[in-house]
Design a protein around this ligand. Structure first.
Ligand SMILES: NC(=O)c1ccc[n+]([C@@H]2O[C@H](COP(=O)([O-])OP(=O)(O)OC[C@H]3O[C@@H](n4cnc5c(N)ncnc54)[C@H](O)[C@@H]3O)[C@@H](O)[C@H]2O)c1
Length: 333
C-alpha cells in the first residue's frame, strides 16, 4: 500500500449529483472534513433535497445549485460566479433503467455532463476531477474477478454512456495532462437509494415487501453482483482522491465478493422475518450475468477494508425503508 496523500481540508469541493444516493453520502463525509466550501450541483432528476437534510444541519452554508450539469452554458455561468473550485466529484447521472426507455437521452446527457467537466478542467477552472464510472461499463464478466483491465463491453445505453465517459476522461488526462481519476464502483446499496420510478432491485423489493405487493424478479435469480455498502464507496472515493498515486488511474471499488440475486432476496427475507411474494419474469434486456470486482489495485493504493458487512448493511437498509414506508402510510391517513 502507498502512503503519500493530499487533503480536501481548506478546499472548495463541488459534487455533481450530490442530492442523489451515493452523492449525498459523500456530502455527509465531506462536511466533516473542514472543507472551505461545499457546493452541490443537482437538477433533482432523481435526487431529493431531503437527502441533504443531515448535511445542512452540519454545514448551514452548504450551497446547492439546482441546475443541469449537461448544459455547458449554465455550468460555465455557475463556475464564473463562484469562488474558485479545487476538486469536482462527478456523480450526476441518468440511471440504467431510464436508458431502457429513453436511450438517447440517457447516453447523451451522461456523456455531455462528463464532456462539460473535462473542458472546464482543461481550461483550468478547477484542479482535479474524480469521475464516477460504473462496473456496468464492463458488461458481463468474461473472467472473475474483474480487474480494471477487463474489456469494456457495455450491454445497455447506460453502460455505453459510462464506458464512453471513462474513455473521455482518460483521453483528457493523456492528451492534456489534466489531473483526473476514474473510480469504478460495483453495485451499491443502502439508505437513500431511489425507490420510485427507475428504482434499483433492493428498494423495489423492499417497497413490495412493505406495501404487500408481489415482487417481480427478472431472470432466474442466479445472476450475481458485487454489492458494497454506500458509505464504504463514498469513503473509498474520498480516500482515493487523497492518494496522490491514484492520479490518472481507473480504480474498482467493490467488496470483492459476489452474491446471487436469489441469495440476496433470501438474506432480506431473513431480516424481515417473512418471505416476499415473488413472480419470475424474463431477464431484463442487457442484464449482466456475473460481476465480482478485483480489488487488488484498490488495496495497493489505500488501506481498504469494507467497514459494513452485507448482513449489517442490509439490516440498516431494511430499517431505512421500513421507516420510509411507515411515514408514507402515516401521511396517507
Ligand atoms: N448506485 C449504484 O449501484 C452505482 C454503481 C456503480 C456506479 N454508480 C455511479 O455512481 C454515480 C452516482 O450514482 P447514484 O446511484 O448515486 O445515482 P442517483 O441517481 O441516486 O444520483 C444521481 C444524481 O444525479 C442527478 N442528476 C441527473 N442528471 C443530472 C443533470 N443533468 N444535472 C444535474 N444533476 C443530475 C440526479 O438528480 C441524482 O441526484 C453515477 O455516476 C453512477 O453511474 C452507481
Amino acid at each position: 500500500m502507498v502512503s503519500s496523500s493530499r487533503t480536501v481540508k481548506g478546499k472548495h469541493v463541488l459534487i455533481t449529483g450530490g442530492a442523489g444516493f451515493i452523492g449525498s453520502h459523500l456530502v455527509d463525509l465531506l462536511v466533516l472534513e473542514e472543507v472551505r466550501q461545499l457546493t452541490v450541483i443537482d437538477n433533482f432528476f432523481l435526487g431529493t433535497p431531503s437527502n441533504l437534510n443531515g448535511a445542512y444541519r452540519q454545514m448551514p452554508d452548504l450551497r446547492v445549485l439546482h441546475i443541469d450539469a449537461s448544459d455547458e452554458c449554465v455550468v460555465r455561468e455557475a463556475f464564473s460566479r463562484m469562488e474558485a473550485v479545487d476538486v469536482v466529484f462527478d456523480l450526476a447521472v441518468i440511471p440504467l433503467p431510464t436508458s431502457l426507455e429513453r436511450p438517447q437521452f440517457c447516453f447523451e446527457t451522461n456523456v455531455r455532463i462528463t464532456s462539460v467537466l473535462c473542458e472546464l478542467l482543461r481550461e483550468g477552472c478547477f484542479e482535479t476531477l474524480v469521475h464516477f464510472s460504473s462496473s456496468e461499463a464492463y458488461g458481463s464478466a468474461r473472467s472473475i474477478p474483474m480487474s480494471e483491465d477487463h474489456p469494456l463491453d457495455p450491454l445497455t445505453p447506460y453502460a455505453a454512456s459510462k464506458a464512453a465517459s471513462d474513455h473521455l476522461v482518460r483521453t483528457y488526462a493523456a492528451t492534456f495532462g489534466v489531473d483526473a481519476l476514474v473510480v469504478r464502483p460495483f453495485n451499491n446499496y443502502g439508505p437513500r437509494q431511489n425507490d420510485q420510478q427507475y428504482a434499483g432491485i433492493i428498494p423495489t423489493m423492499l417497497r413490495c415487501a412493505f406495501e404487500g405487493r408481489v415482487f417481480t424478479l427478472l431472470g432466474d435469480g442466479q445472476q450475481t453482483r458485487d454489492y458494497i455498502y454506500v458509505t464504504d464507496t463514498a469513503r473509498t472515493a474520498l480516500d482515493l482522491y487523497k492518494c496522490s498515486q491514484a492520479r490518472g488511474k481507473v480504480v474498482n471499488i467493490g467488496s470483492g465478493q459476489e452474491i446471487s440475486i436469489i441469495d440476496l432476496k433470501t438474506k432480506i427475507e431473513q431480516i424481515l422475518g417473512r418471505t416476499i411474494p415473488s413472480q419470475y419474469r424474463d431477464p431484463r434486456p442487457g442484464d449482466v450475468r456475473r460481476h465480482r470486482a478485483d480489488i487488488a489495485l484498490l488495496k495497493s493504493l489505500i488501506a481498504f477494508e469494507p467497514q459494513i458487512s452485507i448482513d449489517e448493511g442490509l439490516t440498516r437498509t431494511v430499517e431505512f425503508y421500513r421507516k420510509r414506508a411507515d411515514h408514507t402510510l402515516i401521511g396517507e391517513h
